[in-house]
Design a protein around this ligand. Structure first.
Ligand code: KIV
Length: 311
């Protein structure tokens, strides 16, 4: 338990000295699209993790993750919604701004939430501009790669906003897909997914997320493209990997999907910490008068007692 406490004490001290943290990173320039392409060209896998707020974003900052994706999965994880379709653009922006304040190193990419881009090219362009102007992200991600979405993607790129594609399992379309299932299991589906990737590449996206498709299909697609693929549930043969932060760090008391590797268990650690805090409060062993308390001068207290003796 002591080590638990010291971890928390140390990190909270660092978070509170924000100016020191910021100044220690000012010399690290933010990753650019060009840097991501350099990684791709050199064959070095691209690391992508989602973050949802200032705290999770600072973890990615310290770990020097290449791309910090403000994924709309924050709807299910951080906000407790049933699915990503419940998330509004205003809610997304609120989280994007919080993430942006916590990270000055990674390339920041924000999801275009459901309902914020499908109605017209103008609507989509306005959404992308809002995310860049107010959320200060460097790129946006749009789910889907069929022909209908391509003019929208081209327009957004034409105003100077890089776009990341997303095919395979596209959670915003889970109703149409019949749930959250592996995609590309039959020939037609596999060909369609490859075709979508080629469409997206032709439209000018800088990278494509491949979600929940078989390993070999992801590999074949990656080999046919000249832009990076970022896999999630797509096996080891993509140009990079992405995971949702609450999955990687075990932040939820939840089912862990097959494609996730949990590298920590924040949830259990948190419960243990709060249980110990509660036990200490109940037994009056926290707070300790000397360690956590503040002293008053003897003469001040004597005068206080004298002045208030009749109250
Ligand atoms: O919303 C999200 O977190 C995502 C990743 C799963 C790629 O889109």
């Amino acid at each position: 338990m002591n080590s638990f406490r010291s971890v928390f004490t140390k990190s909270s001290r660092k978070f509170s000295t924000a100016s020191i943290l910021r100044s220690s990173y000012t010399h690290v320039p933010r990753k650019t699209i060009e840097d991501i392409h350099q990684l791709y060209k050199s064959g070095e896998p691209i690391s992508v993790v989602t973050s949802h707020d200032f705290l999770t974003s600072q973890i990615l900052e310290r770990a020097k993750v290449d791309i910090n994706l403000i994924g709309d999965s924050l709807a299910n994880t951080t906000l407790g919604y049933e699915d990503t379709n419940q998330l509004s653009l205003d809610e997304m922006l609120y989280h994007v701004k919080s993430v942006q304040r916590g990270n000055s190193h990674s390339l920041l990419v924000a999801d275009m939430p459901f309902g914020s881009f499908e109605c017209s090219i103008e609507q989509a362009t306005q959404t992308a501009i809002k995310l860049v102007q107010q959320g200060k992200v460097q790129a946006v991600k749009i789910e889907g790669g069929d022909k209908d979405i391509l003019p929208t993607i081209k327009k957004i790129i034409s105003v100077g906003i890089p776009v990341m594609g997303h095919v395979g399992l596209t959670p915003q379309k889970h109703n149409a897909l019949g749930g959250y299932k592996l995609q590309g299991r039959n020939v037609d589906e596999a060909v369609r997914i490859l075709q979508e990737c080629l469409n997206l590449q032709e439209a000018g996206v800088f990278a494509i997320v491949l979600e929940c498709i078989p390993n070999k299909l992801a590999q074949a697609i990656t080999e046919k493209l000249s832009i990076p693929t970022i896999g999630i549930g797509a096996g080891p043969y993509t140009s990079g990997q992405v995971l949702v932060i609450s999955d990687v760090l075990g932040m939820k008391d939840d089912h862990v999907p097959k494609f996730v590797q949990q590298y920590a268990n924040f949830f259990n650690l948190g419960v243990e910490g709060i249980q110990q805090y509660q036990a200490d409060v109940k037994s009056r062993s926290f707070p300790n008068a000397d360690t956590h308390g503040f002293k008053i001068k003897k003469e001040v207290f004597e005068q206080f007692k004298e002045k208030t003796k009749d109250i």
